[in-house]
Design a protein around this ligand. Structure first.
Ligand SMILES: Cc1cc2nc3c(=O)[nH]c(=O)nc-3n(C[C@H](O)[C@H](O)[C@H](O)COP(=O)(O)O)c2cc1C
Length: 322
Protein backbone atom coordinates (compact mmCIF):
# COMPACT_ATOMS: atom_id res chain seq x y z
CA UNK A 1 0.00 0.00 0.00
CA UNK A 2 1.16 3.54 -0.76
CA UNK A 3 -0.41 6.95 -0.40
CA UNK A 4 -1.02 10.18 -2.27
CA UNK A 5 -1.62 12.72 0.51
CA UNK A 6 -4.00 10.86 2.81
CA UNK A 7 -5.40 8.71 0.02
CA UNK A 8 -4.47 5.07 0.38
CA UNK A 9 -3.75 3.16 -2.82
CA UNK A 10 -4.02 -0.60 -2.64
CA UNK A 11 -2.16 -1.60 -5.79
CA UNK A 12 1.12 -0.55 -7.34
CA UNK A 13 -0.58 -0.39 -10.74
CA UNK A 14 -1.86 2.97 -11.95
CA UNK A 15 -3.91 2.94 -15.14
CA UNK A 16 -2.18 5.48 -17.40
CA UNK A 17 -4.28 8.27 -18.86
CA UNK A 18 -4.72 7.79 -22.61
CA UNK A 19 -6.74 10.26 -24.67
CA UNK A 20 -9.26 8.40 -26.83
CA UNK A 21 -8.90 5.19 -24.81
CA UNK A 22 -9.26 5.56 -21.03
CA UNK A 23 -12.87 6.69 -21.06
CA UNK A 24 -15.29 5.51 -18.39
CA UNK A 25 -15.89 2.13 -20.09
CA UNK A 26 -12.19 1.33 -20.38
CA UNK A 27 -11.58 2.22 -16.74
CA UNK A 28 -14.59 0.16 -15.62
CA UNK A 29 -13.25 -2.75 -17.60
CA UNK A 30 -9.68 -2.51 -16.31
CA UNK A 31 -10.27 -1.64 -12.65
CA UNK A 32 -11.22 -5.17 -11.43
CA UNK A 33 -7.95 -6.61 -12.74
CA UNK A 34 -6.20 -4.82 -9.89
CA UNK A 35 -5.80 -1.16 -10.77
CA UNK A 36 -4.99 0.95 -7.69
CA UNK A 37 -5.64 4.36 -9.21
CA UNK A 38 -7.40 5.33 -12.41
CA UNK A 39 -6.78 8.59 -14.28
CA UNK A 40 -9.15 10.08 -16.85
CA UNK A 41 -8.16 11.06 -20.35
CA UNK A 42 -6.72 14.57 -20.36
CA UNK A 43 -9.47 17.17 -20.09
CA UNK A 44 -9.16 20.72 -21.40
CA UNK A 45 -9.57 23.46 -18.78
CA UNK A 46 -11.23 25.70 -21.36
CA UNK A 47 -13.55 22.90 -22.46
CA UNK A 48 -14.86 22.77 -18.90
CA UNK A 49 -15.05 26.55 -18.52
CA UNK A 50 -17.05 26.96 -21.73
CA UNK A 51 -19.48 24.36 -20.44
CA UNK A 52 -18.96 21.98 -23.27
CA UNK A 53 -21.33 19.07 -22.58
CA UNK A 54 -18.93 16.57 -24.14
CA UNK A 55 -16.16 17.77 -21.84
CA UNK A 56 -18.33 17.13 -18.79
CA UNK A 57 -18.66 13.50 -19.95
CA UNK A 58 -14.88 13.14 -19.49
CA UNK A 59 -15.15 13.76 -15.75
CA UNK A 60 -17.84 11.15 -15.06
CA UNK A 61 -16.73 8.30 -12.82
CA UNK A 62 -18.36 5.03 -11.74
CA UNK A 63 -19.28 3.52 -8.37
CA UNK A 64 -16.29 1.59 -7.06
CA UNK A 65 -13.76 3.53 -9.09
CA UNK A 66 -12.24 5.54 -6.24
CA UNK A 67 -9.53 6.60 -5.80
CA UNK A 68 -9.78 8.50 -9.07
CA UNK A 69 -7.74 11.31 -10.59
CA UNK A 70 -9.07 13.74 -13.17
CA UNK A 71 -6.33 14.91 -15.49
CA UNK A 72 -6.49 18.53 -16.65
CA UNK A 73 -4.41 20.42 -19.17
CA UNK A 74 -4.10 24.10 -19.92
CA UNK A 75 -1.47 26.82 -20.15
CA UNK A 76 -2.97 29.24 -17.66
CA UNK A 77 -3.10 28.40 -13.95
CA UNK A 78 -6.14 30.65 -13.36
CA UNK A 79 -8.14 28.68 -15.91
CA UNK A 80 -7.01 25.39 -14.36
CA UNK A 81 -8.26 26.68 -10.98
CA UNK A 82 -11.64 27.53 -12.49
CA UNK A 83 -11.73 24.09 -14.12
CA UNK A 84 -11.03 22.42 -10.75
CA UNK A 85 -14.06 24.21 -9.25
CA UNK A 86 -16.21 22.94 -12.12
CA UNK A 87 -14.90 19.38 -11.75
CA UNK A 88 -15.67 19.29 -8.04
CA UNK A 89 -19.09 20.89 -8.47
CA UNK A 90 -20.07 18.26 -11.04
CA UNK A 91 -18.37 15.26 -9.47
CA UNK A 92 -17.82 15.26 -5.70
CA UNK A 93 -16.26 11.76 -5.87
CA UNK A 94 -13.02 12.98 -7.42
CA UNK A 95 -10.00 12.37 -5.15
CA UNK A 96 -7.06 13.87 -7.05
CA UNK A 97 -6.39 16.50 -9.71
CA UNK A 98 -3.55 15.48 -12.02
CA UNK A 99 -1.96 18.11 -14.22
CA UNK A 100 -0.75 17.07 -17.65
CA UNK A 101 2.81 18.29 -18.16
CA UNK A 102 3.75 15.59 -20.66
CA UNK A 103 1.55 15.88 -23.75
CA UNK A 104 3.87 16.28 -26.77
CA UNK A 105 1.19 17.03 -29.39
CA UNK A 106 1.92 20.39 -31.13
CA UNK A 107 -1.76 21.40 -30.96
CA UNK A 108 -1.36 21.35 -27.15
CA UNK A 109 2.27 22.47 -26.69
CA UNK A 110 1.87 25.41 -29.09
CA UNK A 111 -0.64 26.91 -26.65
CA UNK A 112 1.91 26.60 -23.81
CA UNK A 113 0.17 23.58 -22.24
CA UNK A 114 1.26 19.96 -21.76
CA UNK A 115 4.99 19.36 -21.97
CA UNK A 116 5.69 22.97 -23.06
CA UNK A 117 5.42 23.75 -19.34
CA UNK A 118 8.55 21.65 -18.68
CA UNK A 119 10.81 24.12 -20.48
CA UNK A 120 11.10 26.53 -17.57
CA UNK A 121 11.13 25.06 -14.03
CA UNK A 122 10.85 28.51 -12.39
CA UNK A 123 7.67 29.34 -14.32
CA UNK A 124 6.41 25.83 -13.71
CA UNK A 125 6.75 26.21 -9.95
CA UNK A 126 4.69 29.41 -9.97
CA UNK A 127 1.99 27.84 -12.19
CA UNK A 128 1.73 24.74 -10.02
CA UNK A 129 1.84 26.63 -6.73
CA UNK A 130 -1.25 28.63 -7.72
CA UNK A 131 -3.06 25.42 -8.62
CA UNK A 132 -2.03 23.59 -5.44
CA UNK A 133 -3.05 26.52 -3.25
CA UNK A 134 -6.43 26.71 -4.92
CA UNK A 135 -7.29 23.01 -4.98
CA UNK A 136 -9.12 21.55 -1.97
CA UNK A 137 -7.95 18.06 -2.98
CA UNK A 138 -4.41 16.75 -3.64
CA UNK A 139 -2.74 17.79 -6.88
CA UNK A 140 -0.31 15.53 -8.76
CA UNK A 141 1.57 16.03 -12.02
CA UNK A 142 2.70 13.90 -14.94
CA UNK A 143 5.93 14.93 -16.65
CA UNK A 144 8.49 13.66 -19.17
CA UNK A 145 12.30 13.54 -18.97
CA UNK A 146 12.49 16.93 -20.64
CA UNK A 147 11.82 18.63 -23.96
CA UNK A 148 14.65 17.00 -25.97
CA UNK A 149 18.13 15.51 -25.61
CA UNK A 150 19.59 18.94 -24.83
CA UNK A 151 17.17 19.68 -22.05
CA UNK A 152 16.74 16.62 -19.86
CA UNK A 153 15.69 18.70 -16.86
CA UNK A 154 13.38 16.42 -14.92
CA UNK A 155 15.35 16.81 -11.67
CA UNK A 156 14.82 20.58 -11.76
CA UNK A 157 11.16 20.14 -12.65
CA UNK A 158 10.63 17.60 -9.88
CA UNK A 159 12.15 20.06 -7.36
CA UNK A 160 9.84 22.78 -8.70
CA UNK A 161 6.81 20.52 -8.35
CA UNK A 162 7.76 19.47 -4.84
CA UNK A 163 8.28 23.10 -3.84
CA UNK A 164 4.87 23.92 -5.26
CA UNK A 165 3.29 21.26 -3.06
CA UNK A 166 2.27 18.47 -5.44
CA UNK A 167 1.51 15.19 -3.67
CA UNK A 168 2.90 12.74 -6.26
CA UNK A 169 4.70 12.84 -9.59
CA UNK A 170 4.36 10.56 -12.58
CA UNK A 171 7.18 10.47 -15.10
CA UNK A 172 7.04 9.12 -18.63
CA UNK A 173 10.65 8.14 -19.23
CA UNK A 174 10.86 9.69 -22.70
CA UNK A 175 11.52 13.23 -23.91
CA UNK A 176 8.86 15.30 -25.68
CA UNK A 177 10.87 14.98 -28.89
CA UNK A 178 10.61 11.19 -28.61
CA UNK A 179 6.79 11.42 -28.58
CA UNK A 180 5.84 7.73 -28.08
CA UNK A 181 8.69 6.17 -30.05
CA UNK A 182 12.09 4.86 -29.10
CA UNK A 183 12.72 3.11 -25.82
CA UNK A 184 11.69 4.48 -22.44
CA UNK A 185 14.93 5.50 -20.71
CA UNK A 186 14.84 3.94 -17.27
CA UNK A 187 18.63 4.23 -16.99
CA UNK A 188 18.15 8.00 -16.61
CA UNK A 189 15.82 7.61 -13.64
CA UNK A 190 17.87 5.16 -11.62
CA UNK A 191 17.08 5.50 -7.89
CA UNK A 192 15.01 8.60 -8.70
CA UNK A 193 12.57 8.01 -5.86
CA UNK A 194 15.42 8.28 -3.35
CA UNK A 195 15.99 11.86 -4.47
CA UNK A 196 12.33 12.78 -3.99
CA UNK A 197 10.05 13.69 -1.10
CA UNK A 198 6.75 12.61 -2.72
CA UNK A 199 5.60 9.32 -4.29
CA UNK A 200 6.85 8.50 -7.79
CA UNK A 201 4.92 6.72 -10.53
CA UNK A 202 6.91 5.56 -13.56
CA UNK A 203 5.64 5.13 -17.11
CA UNK A 204 6.99 3.82 -20.38
CA UNK A 205 7.19 0.46 -22.17
CA UNK A 206 5.40 -1.64 -19.57
CA UNK A 207 4.40 -4.68 -21.65
CA UNK A 208 5.12 -7.53 -19.25
CA UNK A 209 5.42 -8.32 -15.54
CA UNK A 210 9.20 -8.31 -15.94
CA UNK A 211 9.08 -4.84 -17.49
CA UNK A 212 7.20 -3.63 -14.39
CA UNK A 213 9.58 -5.35 -11.97
CA UNK A 214 12.55 -3.80 -13.77
CA UNK A 215 11.02 -0.30 -13.92
CA UNK A 216 10.25 -0.32 -10.20
CA UNK A 217 13.58 -1.87 -9.30
CA UNK A 218 15.63 0.69 -11.23
CA UNK A 219 13.66 3.78 -10.24
CA UNK A 220 12.56 2.63 -6.75
CA UNK A 221 9.17 4.09 -7.64
CA UNK A 222 6.01 3.52 -5.63
CA UNK A 223 3.95 2.49 -8.63
CA UNK A 224 4.05 1.77 -12.32
CA UNK A 225 1.68 2.98 -15.04
CA UNK A 226 0.16 0.47 -17.43
CA UNK A 227 -0.54 2.19 -20.77
CA UNK A 228 -0.31 0.67 -24.27
CA UNK A 229 0.88 -2.67 -22.88
CA UNK A 230 -2.42 -3.16 -21.05
CA UNK A 231 -4.62 -2.40 -24.04
CA UNK A 232 -5.84 -5.80 -25.19
CA UNK A 233 -4.00 -7.45 -22.31
CA UNK A 234 -5.82 -6.63 -19.06
CA UNK A 235 -4.19 -9.68 -17.46
CA UNK A 236 -0.98 -7.67 -17.31
CA UNK A 237 -2.52 -5.55 -14.54
CA UNK A 238 -3.44 -8.68 -12.60
CA UNK A 239 0.02 -10.14 -13.06
CA UNK A 240 1.73 -7.02 -11.71
CA UNK A 241 -0.71 -6.47 -8.83
CA UNK A 242 -0.57 -10.13 -7.75
CA UNK A 243 3.19 -10.32 -7.95
CA UNK A 244 3.69 -7.29 -5.74
CA UNK A 245 1.15 -8.56 -3.20
CA UNK A 246 2.14 -12.22 -2.97
CA UNK A 247 5.17 -12.90 -5.15
CA UNK A 248 3.08 -15.19 -7.34
CA UNK A 249 3.60 -15.12 -11.10
CA UNK A 250 0.31 -15.61 -12.92
CA UNK A 251 0.26 -17.05 -16.44
CA UNK A 252 -0.74 -14.99 -19.48
CA UNK A 253 -4.39 -15.09 -20.51
CA UNK A 254 -5.47 -17.87 -22.83
CA UNK A 255 -7.00 -16.90 -26.17
CA UNK A 256 -10.39 -18.01 -24.86
CA UNK A 257 -10.09 -15.73 -21.83
CA UNK A 258 -9.08 -12.79 -23.99
CA UNK A 259 -12.08 -13.27 -26.27
CA UNK A 260 -14.29 -13.17 -23.17
CA UNK A 261 -12.56 -9.99 -21.97
CA UNK A 262 -13.00 -8.38 -25.36
CA UNK A 263 -16.74 -9.07 -25.26
CA UNK A 264 -17.00 -7.65 -21.73
CA UNK A 265 -15.24 -4.50 -22.86
CA UNK A 266 -17.41 -4.30 -25.97
CA UNK A 267 -20.58 -4.27 -23.84
CA UNK A 268 -19.25 -1.56 -21.53
CA UNK A 269 -18.14 0.56 -24.48
CA UNK A 270 -21.51 0.22 -26.22
CA UNK A 271 -23.23 1.22 -22.98
CA UNK A 272 -21.06 4.34 -22.79
CA UNK A 273 -20.77 5.44 -26.42
CA UNK A 274 -23.55 3.69 -28.32
CA UNK A 275 -22.87 0.90 -30.81
CA UNK A 276 -21.70 3.04 -33.73
CA UNK A 277 -19.00 4.97 -31.81
CA UNK A 278 -18.05 1.89 -29.83
CA UNK A 279 -17.35 -0.10 -32.98
CA UNK A 280 -15.26 2.68 -34.46
CA UNK A 281 -13.10 2.71 -31.31
CA UNK A 282 -12.95 -1.09 -31.24
CA UNK A 283 -11.64 -1.28 -34.81
CA UNK A 284 -8.52 0.31 -33.32
CA UNK A 285 -8.34 -1.52 -30.01
CA UNK A 286 -9.94 -4.95 -30.43
CA UNK A 287 -7.18 -6.44 -32.64
CA UNK A 288 -4.78 -5.94 -29.72
CA UNK A 289 -6.64 -8.62 -27.77
CA UNK A 290 -5.15 -11.12 -30.25
CA UNK A 291 -1.53 -9.98 -30.09
CA UNK A 292 0.82 -12.75 -29.11
CA UNK A 293 -1.46 -15.62 -30.19
CA UNK A 294 -0.34 -17.47 -33.33
CA UNK A 295 -2.41 -17.48 -36.51
CA UNK A 296 -4.47 -14.40 -35.71
CA UNK A 297 -3.31 -12.06 -38.46
CA UNK A 298 -6.40 -12.47 -40.61
CA UNK A 299 -8.78 -12.17 -37.66
CA UNK A 300 -7.06 -8.97 -36.59
CA UNK A 301 -7.33 -7.50 -40.08
CA UNK A 302 -10.99 -8.47 -40.37
CA UNK A 303 -11.78 -6.82 -37.04
CA UNK A 304 -9.80 -3.67 -37.85
CA UNK A 305 -11.42 -3.31 -41.27
CA UNK A 306 -14.96 -4.56 -41.09
CA UNK A 307 -16.74 -4.45 -37.73
CA UNK A 308 -19.68 -2.07 -37.64
CA UNK A 309 -21.95 -3.81 -35.10
CA UNK A 310 -21.50 -6.09 -32.12
CA UNK A 311 -23.06 -8.83 -34.23
CA UNK A 312 -20.42 -8.46 -36.94
CA UNK A 313 -17.70 -8.71 -34.28
CA UNK A 314 -19.24 -11.85 -32.80
CA UNK A 315 -19.43 -13.43 -36.26
CA UNK A 316 -15.68 -13.00 -36.65
CA UNK A 317 -15.00 -14.29 -33.12
CA UNK A 318 -17.10 -17.38 -33.78
CA UNK A 319 -14.83 -18.25 -36.65
CA UNK A 320 -11.92 -18.46 -34.21
CA UNK A 321 -13.57 -21.13 -32.13
CA UNK A 322 -14.40 -23.39 -35.05
C1 LIG B 1 -3.05 7.01 -27.41
C2 LIG B 1 -2.36 7.61 -26.21
C3 LIG B 1 -2.95 8.65 -25.53
C4 LIG B 1 -2.32 9.21 -24.41
N1 LIG B 1 -2.95 10.21 -23.73
C5 LIG B 1 -2.39 10.71 -22.60
C6 LIG B 1 -3.07 11.68 -21.81
O1 LIG B 1 -4.20 12.09 -22.10
N2 LIG B 1 -2.44 12.14 -20.70
C7 LIG B 1 -1.18 11.71 -20.33
O2 LIG B 1 -0.65 12.17 -19.32
N3 LIG B 1 -0.53 10.77 -21.05
C8 LIG B 1 -1.11 10.26 -22.15
N4 LIG B 1 -0.46 9.27 -22.85
C9 LIG B 1 0.83 8.75 -22.35
C10 LIG B 1 0.64 7.49 -21.50
O3 LIG B 1 -0.05 7.79 -20.30
C11 LIG B 1 1.99 6.82 -21.16
O4 LIG B 1 2.74 7.69 -20.34
C12 LIG B 1 2.81 6.51 -22.42
O5 LIG B 1 2.01 5.84 -23.37
C13 LIG B 1 4.04 5.67 -22.09
O6 LIG B 1 3.73 4.39 -21.66
P1 LIG B 1 3.82 3.07 -22.64
O7 LIG B 1 5.13 3.19 -23.39
O8 LIG B 1 3.79 1.94 -21.65
O9 LIG B 1 2.64 3.14 -23.54
C14 LIG B 1 -1.06 8.71 -23.98
C15 LIG B 1 -0.48 7.65 -24.68
C16 LIG B 1 -1.11 7.10 -25.77
C17 LIG B 1 -0.43 5.95 -26.49
Amino acid sequence: MWKIGNIEIESRVVLAPMAGITSLAYRRFMKPFGVGLTVTEMVSDCGLIYDNKKTLDYIKTFDGERPIAIQLFGSNSKNICKAIDIVLKNNPNVDIIDINLGCPVPKVTSTGAGSALLKDPIKLEKYMREIVEHSPIPVTAKIRLGWNENSINFLDNIKALENAGVKAIGIHARTTAQMYAGKARYELIENLREKMSVPLIVSGDIYSLDDAIRALDISKADAVMVARGGTGNPTLVKQIDTYFKSGERLPNATLEQNIKYLLEFTDLLIEEKGEYRAMSILRGIAPKFFDGYPGMKQIKNQIAQTITTKESLIKILNNINQ
